[in-house]
Design a protein around this ligand. Structure first.
Ligand SMILES: NC(=O)c1ccc[n+]([C@@H]2O[C@H](COP(=O)([O-])OP(=O)(O)OC[C@H]3O[C@@H](n4cnc5c(N)ncnc54)[C@H](OP(=O)(O)O)[C@@H]3O)[C@@H](O)[C@H]2O)c1
Length: 331
């Protein structure tokens, strides 16, 4: 019988395995227009932590006792739609389960991509890469010659943002991450400088890495990273406010950045965005990324955890920094 992961209770602070239950899902008959998909890979993402809280946001909260949702790729194994055939590879949002039943119009048929795993559509050719692309080029208006700082730089979004910046002519790209191994990897994939925020304060390390200041900050973290970036930004600097992972498991409201007044004197722009408002940019991102991959100019890493039953552990590990590149579960 196919299985699914259900939200058993809402986490308070850090999630634990007890917040999740593995249950049997049943195998309902398909209605007209529906397909059954055998999931191959599912994504675990930081935004899912927010959906575990019972609060109104840009996506509705997960419901207690209901299966979780999220990006997944799989193969159509049964169809009652003329639009999808058995064997088609599709992208959809019913992860956290062995099999998904959904209207064919909610599944996006994926092209075969030479030399890449189907999981690429959850990472280097998917939502995280689009987030990096839109954040860097549309929100932060990065241009050739800019000095760019990226936090959570060894993650799915950050590793793309840093490399995209370099590929589009940034003069210097600096990344921060949570371990020396990640710092080494960032240098290998082309970051000009990288540091671990665990070894010394962010501000001191950022100043060392960017003696002439920074022009763009791609913020995945918030907190001390955002404050250090504000202090280091040059006049007319731009910040893509992408994520604030340092805050996601906090049980108390976090203190605001103490240097927000610099936004005025330095004429800074801070711009928040949600990637799902920007699907129109997918063709441009896909064209650039496929070309860069073909030319061997773009590196991408995946951290793959095996087994649906291990998806909760993979999710918790993602929040702790257990991943390099995109965190995925192979089902
Ligand atoms: N705005 C949007 O539409 C959008 C879309 C997708 C993602 N996002 C945001 O983008 C960010 C990255 O997402 P992702 O999917 O690429 O995840 P990811 O970076 O692959 O994984 C999360 C990473 O965050 C780092 N982290 C955790 N706690 C931290 C802390 N207190 N301080 C600094 N770093 C910490 C960990 O790496 P270390 O080992 O380096 O700590 C971890 O690997 C998240 O904030 C996410 O919410 C936003």
């Amino acid at each position: 019988m196919p299985r699914q992961i259900v939200l058993a209770s809402r986490p308070s602070g850090w999630p634990t395995p007890a917040n999740f239950t593995l249950t049997e899902a049943g195998r309902p008959e398909l209605a007209d227009g529906q397909v059954r998909v055998r999931n191959l890979f599912m994504s675990v993402d930081p935004y899912m932590r927010g959906r575990m809280n019972d609060v109104k946001s840009y996506v509705p909260p997960f419901q207690l006792g209901e299966p979780l949702e999220g990006g997944a790729v799989g193969t159509v194994i049964e169809t009652r739609s003329p639009d999808l055939a058995e064997g088609d590879l599709v992208l959809h949002v019913l992860g956290w389960r062995d099999e998904a039943v959904l209207p064919a119009r909610h599944a996006q048929k994926l092209p075969p991509v030479e030399g890449l795993s189907a999981s690429a559509f959850l990472g280097v050719l998917g939502m995280p890469a689009l987030t990096a692309y839109v954040g860097l080029f549309d929100m932060a208006a990065m241009k050739a010659g800019d000095v760019v700082f990226v936090s959570a730089a060894a993650g799915a979004v950050g590793s793309m943002a840093g490399q995209f910046a370099k590929l589009k002519g940034a003069s210097r790209v600096i990344g921060s991450a949570g371990s020396e191994d990640k710092v080494r990897w960032l240098r290998e994939i082309g970051f000009d400088a990288a540091f671990s925020y665990r070894t010394a304060p962010v501000l001191a390390q950022l100043r060392d890495a960017a003696p002439d200041g920074i022009d763009v900050y791609f913020d995945n973290v918030g907190a001390d990273h955002l404050d250090a970036a504000l202090i280091t930004l040059n006049n007319y600097g731009r910040v893509a406010m992408c994520g604030a992972i340092a805050h996601y498991n906090a049980t108390e409201p976090a203190a605001g950045p103490s240097s927000l007044n610099l936004v005025i004197s330095r004429r800074l722009t801070l711009r928040g965005f949600i990637v799902s408002d920007h699907w129109d940019r997918l063709p441009a991102m896909t064209a650039d990324v496929t070309a860069w991959l073909r030319e061997g100019k773009l590196q991408h890493a995946e951290t793959v955890v095996d087994g649906l039953e291990n998806a909760p552990a993979a999710f918790i590990d993602l929040l702790r920094g257990g991943n390099t590149g995109k965190m995925l579960v192979r089902i």
